[in-house]
Every structure is written in C-alpha cells, then in structure tokens.
Design a protein around this ligand. Sequence first.
Ligand code: SAM
Length: 292
Amino acid sequence: MYKDIATPIRTKEILEKYGFSFKKSLGQNFLIDPNILRNIVSHANLTENSGAIEVGPGIGALTEHLAREAKKVVSFEIDQRLLPVLEDTLSPYNNVKIVHSDILKADVEQVIAEEMPGIEDIMVVANLPYYVTTPILMKLLNDRLPIRGFVVMMQKEVADRITAKPGTKAYGSLSIAIQYYVTAEIAMIVPKTVFMPQPNVDSAVIRLIKHETPPVKVIDEDFLFEVSRASFAQRRKTILNNLQNGLVNGKQNKELIIQALAEAGIDPSRRGETLSIQEFGKLSDCLHPAFC
Ligand code: SAM
C-alpha cells in the first residue's frame, strides 16, 4: 500500500514540487483527509469488477482510493497543469485513465465504451467543482449513461435541494429534475476543515441511485420539467397563478389550466412545493394536449 496523496503533508509536498497554485475559478478545493475519502468510496459499494468515473481528479486524492477498490477508473480533468502531477502521483496504479477534457463537453458514453468494455457496474464518484455542480449532474443524467448511480460531494445547500421531499423549503424544480431519474439521499455532511483551501460553504456527499423505472410515467419528460419549473417560479403564489404566468400562453388559457388541475385532482390554490413528483407527472399529462 502506498502513502496516501491526501494527507496534508504529502499534499503540500506535491503542490510545492510542481509550484501549483489553486484556481478558484475551477472550483479547486482538494481533499486532505484520507478517512473522508475512504468514507466517500465506501458509499459507492464498488467491487473489484466495478468501474468508477471521476470528475476532476485534482492531484489524485480520491482517484487513488477509487483505483484501490475498482477494476478501472476514468477521470476527467479540465486543468492541463494537473496532467504531469497526476502522471506522477498515480504512477503506482495501472487501472487509471486520465482524460484531459471539460466534462461538460466530453462524450462520456464513448469513453465508457472504449475504456470499460465488459464492466457492468459503473458509478460516478467525485468531489465536484462547486461552480458547475448542477450542470455536471444534469449532463450526466441526460446522457443516459450505463451507470448505477453517483456518490458526489457538493455544496450542502445544493445537496439539500436535490434530496428534498415535498412540503419542505428546499424542495423545488431541481429536486424533481433529479429525483425523476434517481433516488437521492445525503450520505454524509463534510466539514470545511478537510479541504485545502477551505471552501466558503458547507459540503455534503450525496448518493444517487438510478431508478429501474421512473417514479411516474409521462407523455413528455421535457414538459414535466417545464411544468415543475413554472410551478416553483414564485414560491408564495398558487400553482394556478404560477402556471398562468410560467407556461407559454398560460395567461390566455386560464380555463384550460383550471380544467387540467381538476382532471389531475389538484386544488388550484395549492402551492407547487406541496406536489409530489407523481402529481406533477399527472398534471403535466393533463396540460399536455392544450400546451404542446
Ligand atoms: N478530486 C480532487 C480532490 O477531491 O481533492 C479535486 C476536487 S476539486 C473540488 C474539483 C476538480 O475539478 C479540480 O481538479 C478542477 O480542476 C476540476 N474541474 C473543474 N471544472 C471541471 C470541468 N468542467 N471538467 C473537468 N474537471 C473540472
């Protein structure tokens, strides 16, 4: 077993050796606590036959823990300056592939096909760059990758919104957009002290496991998300009000919205935050003929 990259001493040594300076604009807050890393990886339930996709390996702190548990690790890193560092720090591991790319522009499905042939169990495991947490998650979900799920660190406030249940303050269109694809739970809360440099916000690790079938069947997924976005636009307004303001031609079609709400069994004076994903599904199907 090699000495962990993620101890504060070794991290400092590596940073000094390469004269590396953190770029705040790339969300570079590196983990310096091997216990947290072990904990993150344990939530992914990897086996020696699993594959792990990582976004942003940094200097390889999490990557090496993944490499010890999984058959193959593929890590996407945007910052070219980190490539020689990773070549050095990860040299003990022959099951890691670093892809120099912005994850948002990468053809991840193609990379999985090339780098993980025959691997059936694949998890995304990452300490995400906080400035693009949501776009990264939405891209990876929309790409319909052959993965089991995600174990990812992010700012706690976003983790709360992603995992929120109806009737709570944090519940909103992001909760619906993510929970349509996965079951979502907070796996652990992480203190600021385990990062270098320390971020300004609290962090949490969430676990997302893909549904075998969606929690609700709808005619048009994009329209479901449009209806949920419109319903949460002004949280203190009723669902009827928000749909009138938020749907294209909603104002001219108040009667059709009232009719669709009745058909879906939803009181027009309710607020969006009280509706379950199943109710949003039913409502979007009832609105669909009039608005699509
Ligand atoms: N995994 C390392 C750790 O836990 O110590 C580093 C995590 S750091 C929070 C985020 C990493 O993502 C950085 O290495 C950063 O350069 C990289 N990154 C930022 N934006 C990216 C993007 N769009 N695509 C790929 N990597 C990105």
